[in-house]
Design a protein around this ligand. Structure first.
Ligand code: ASP
Length: 323
């Protein structure tokens, strides 16, 4: 509640009167405590209200330098971190990997040392292979936030999904979340599993056999290989894109065949709870994993809300992590 008073007197808000996380780096949701998650949600709530104002700036990170270091393509995550940093008044630099010395043979370590020498206050990193973010962050003196790592983690996606669930008046301990589609290759599925499990939700994995995670036994989930059954009475249906860029060991069926069995449609969704929320981290592939009209159906789909909330949640992460 203190935070709302702070919001009314905007200039009073400083990074010193915001809660701090129990971790220095946000590379895995596994490291966060429940209190950390609730702190991020509370601060994001404050920013979300302000993001609807004409003047969206709360320049508490004035003078700070934040670098976006993305080794994989991104639309939502990259832009929302940039918008978030700018609304907080930070100087945000997007490093262009293609035009960098990495293409001249410089190693990750030397690139990290170079960035470190410029004294950034926080670096946001997306990388396709597990371990690379740790390697880079080991050379940096500032905190880092993972913007997605291989098939392992996408912590800010899971945080914005948790925020969206709570913002829609769902209680974590009372809900069943069906995560559906290409789970084997999805970092969104893994981060959401770990975060929502921590918050007390029941999780189901719903995948065709060829996308069943090889380490299924390590997850405390109900497993279904049938979409209609897997979403029965679910409160949240989270659809995933087929991660074609990471697939080399699966013979995929035709698009029509996949959509017939694993595409979410209005018809199949009648199996879920009446007030079910349909979520998707984006980018969506219409009429492959989700019926186009369902993706646009604002009575069910919160896909655009997820994007809107992504800005507030990333503002919160930056605000509580920059020292
Ligand atoms: N945008 C999400 C990610 O980076 C999901 C996806 O690409 O399908 O993992």
């Amino acid at each position: 509640m203190v935070l709302y008073n702070i919001l009314i007197t905007k200039p009073m808000l400083t990074i010193n009167n915001l809660p701090k996380l129990s971790v220095q780096n946000l590379s895995s949701v596994k490291d966060l405590t429940k209190a950390d998650v609730m702190s991020i949600i509370e601060v994001a709530n404050l920013f979300k209200k302000n993001n609807k104002e004409k003047n969206k700036n709360i320049p508490i990170l004035n003078g700070r330098t934040i670098i976006n270091l993305f080794f994989e393509p991104s639309t939502r995550t990259l832009i929302s971190f940039e918008v978030a940093a700018k609304r907080l008044g930070a100087d945000m630099i997007n490093m262009n990997i293609e035009g960098s010395s990495l293409r001249k043979g410089e190693t990750l370590i030397d690139t990290a040392d170079t960035l470190n020498a410029m004294n950034p206050d926080l670096v946001i990193i997306r990388h396709g292979s597990s371990g690379s973010i740790k390697e880079i962050s080991s050379r940096l003196k500032c905190p880092i936030i993972s913007a997605g790592e291989g098939t392992e983690e996408h912590p800010t996606q899971a945080l914005l999904d948790a925020y969206t669930i709570q913002d829609n008046q769902k209680k974590f301990e009372e809900i069943t979340v069906s995560i559906c589609g290409d789970i084997e290759h999805s970092r969104v599925a893994r981060s959401n599993y770990h975060l929502l499990k921590k918050m007390g939700s029941k999780i189901r994995f719903v995948t065709p056999d060829y996308f069943k995670p090889k380490d299924l036994d390590s997850f405390d989930v109900e497993y279904f290989d049938n979409l209609e059954l897997g979403i029965e009475s679910a409160d949240i249906v989270m659809m995933l894109r087929i991660q074609k860029e990471r697939i080399n060991d699966v013979n995929l069926p035709s698009i029509d065949e996949y959509f017939k069995h694993f595409g979410l449609t209005h018809k199949k969704l009648t199996n879920a709870k009446k007030d079910v929320l349909v979520m998707h981290p984006g980018p969506i592939n219409r009429n492959i994993e989700i019926e186009s009209s369902l993706a646009d159906d604002l009575d069910k789909s919160v896909i655009n809300e997820q994007v809107e909330n992504g800005v507030a949640v990333r503002m919160a992460c930056l605000a509580v992590m920059v020292k």
